[in-house]
Ligand binder design. Structure first.
Ligand SMILES: [Zn+2]
Length: 209
């Protein structure tokens, strides 16, 4: 019910409940500490889909993500576009990303999110081998493209059960490049709190271990 099928099952929404799930892709980056500060201020938990190369570059930032109670997922080693990859390359990107995250954090993510949302040949077999599940989203805030006002307007349309897509980095780029996301996030967190929505990780929908 909460999984749509295309090649294989992918999570797109949370089980019933007065909750929303904020998810952040492409970190860790120089922006991530600002995102973490805001989440802490509103007692919100989120899920971070980490890029393996970025974990190697900013291990202390990645460690802060789990130290503050957030969930982590794998977002490949180098933010590869699977559409241009052979199945063996897809598998290598997932496995190398998983290894980089485990080396950095001592933890193996259960969740995987493909860059650009591209599910491709070789992806589901690789996830099965690693015991992982694919998590997509139900609401794209388009924060990678738009200014804060537009991000807030789109995000404010969230309903209970929605999984929101946001970004705390930009692929493997270096630098604090997500200022619009940070500006929007504080306003969205305040709105969700005022609406009585609990802000949770993907754990309520997690597969059995
Ligand atoms: Zn991404």
């Amino acid at each position: 019910m909460f999984f749509s099928n295309w090649f294989g099952p992918s999570l797109t929404r949370l089980p019933p409940g007065n909750r929303v799930a904020l998810t952040f892709d492409d970190g860790p980056s120089e922006t991530t500490p600002y995102v973490l500060d805001l989440l802490a201020e509103y007692n919100a938990r989120a899920t971070f889909f980490l890029v393996g190369m970025n974990c190697h570059r900013l291990p202390d930032v990645a460690r802060r993500v789990i130290a503050e109670g957030h969930e982590i997922g794998n977002h490949t080693w180098s933010h590869a576009n699977f559409y241009r990859c052979a199945p063996w390359q897809v598998r290598a990107e997932i496995e190398r990303g998983q290894q980089a995250i485990e080396d950095t954090l001592g933890r193996r993510p259960q969740w995987f999110r493909p860059p650009f949302g591209v599910r491709w040949f070789g992806m589901f077999p690789a996830l099965d081998r690693l015991g992982m599940r694919c998590a997509l989203w139900s609401l794209d805030t388009c924060d990678w493209r738009d200014p804060a006002d537009a991000i807030v307007e789109r995000g404010a349309g969230a309903q209970a059960g929605d999984v929101l897509l946001l970004h705390d980095g930009f692929r493997t780029h270096v630098g604090n490049n997500r200022k619009e996301t940070v500006a929007a996030l504080g306003r969205l967190l305040a709105q969700f709190r005022d609406r009585g929505l609990e802000m949770v990780t993907l754990a309520p929908a997690a597969p059995a271990k």
